[in-house]
Design a protein around this ligand. Structure first.
Ligand code: SF4
Ligand code: SF4
Ligand code: SF4
Length: 250
């Protein structure tokens, strides 16, 4: 589906769409949100901070043990979508939903010369999650031990308030379980069973998605985020959500 068609549908709701179109809409939903909410896609994608200015997106103290985080080395992504496939398989994601997706944009790099750039996105497991703040039944919560933003589907009444509150479109309504579903950093299907990597990180052939405990200074995630001179950014920092998913290049 083309983005112009999707923009036309924006105010009509997506419930009436067949599942393929709805999925396309949801995949592009983050882009549409970026364009409409921020005035420009740039507000979503280019809020970069050099290390010296990293305060404000990185916590002074990591309060969970382990404090799970992901660093996405964005320019290495080749859009093979193996991460998405692994996520769907591991977490039984239906075809109209998603826990992670790959956004794409075209950059003009010179006269007549363009370059495609890919950006994997997933729940940011925000340190200040608006979804948790607005849930009337506490069905979504921040796990006290790991900081992972999780769902208790038994408590979810399907009101979709959390979906509206998430600035990243990271949630969808799962019709089979009649509850909201989202990325849980593979807690239920991998980490709680002793695995150390999420399915998407394990499946990525280009080592784009680095997962680990950012409270541990010897972890790759800590080293990447705190490396002097490295440019690190998060999505939509102006929302004040303090994501635990960081972006960098190289
Ligand atoms: S990205 Fe959205 S769903 Fe995930 S914790 Fe933040 S506000 Fe909640
Ligand atoms: S961490 Fe797990 S649930 Fe989240 S996007 Fe990756 S594979 Fe999906
Ligand atoms: S598996 Fe890695 S390279 Fe492939 S689309 Fe996902 S993040 Fe990009």
């Amino acid at each position: 589906m083309k983005i112009e068609e999707i923009e036309k549908l924006k105010n009509e709701g997506v419930e009436h769409l067949p599942s393929k179109e709805r999925r396309d809409f949801l995949r592009l939903g983050l882009v549409v949100t970026g364009v409409f909410a921020g005035g420009s896609i740039l507000s979503l994608m280019s809020a970069k901070r050099g290390h010296a200015d990293v305060e404000g997106i990185v916590l002074k103290q990591y309060s969970y043990k382990p404090h799970y985080s992901m660093v996405i080395r964005q320019d290495r992504c080749i859009d093979c979508q193996r991460c998405m496939d692994a996520c769907v398989k591991t977490n039984h994601v239906p075809d109209y939903g998603y826990r992670t997706t790959i956004l794409e944009r075209e950059l003009v790099i010179g006269p007549g010369s363009k370059q495609r750039e890919f950006m994997p996105v997933l729940c940011n497991h925000c340190n200040r999650p608006p979804c948790v703040r607005v849930c009337p039944t506490r069905a979504t919560y921040k796990d006290k031990k790991t900081g992972i933003v999780r769902m208790d589907i038994k408590k979810c009444i399907g009101c979709k308030t959390c979906m509206a509150a998430c600035p990243y479109n990271a949630r969808y309504f799962n019709e089979e379980i009649r509850a909201i579903d989202k990325c849980d950093f593979c807690w239920e299907n991998r980490l709680s069973k002793g695995e150390t990597l999420t399915a998407c990180a394990a499946a990525c052939p280009a080592d784009v998605r680095i997962f680990g405990d950012i409270s541990d200074p010897s972890s790759r995630v800590y080293k990447l985020v705190h490396e002097p001179e490295r440019v690190v950014w998060v999505l939509r920092p102006e929302t004040g959500t303090l994501p635990n998913v960081f972006y960098t290049k190289g």
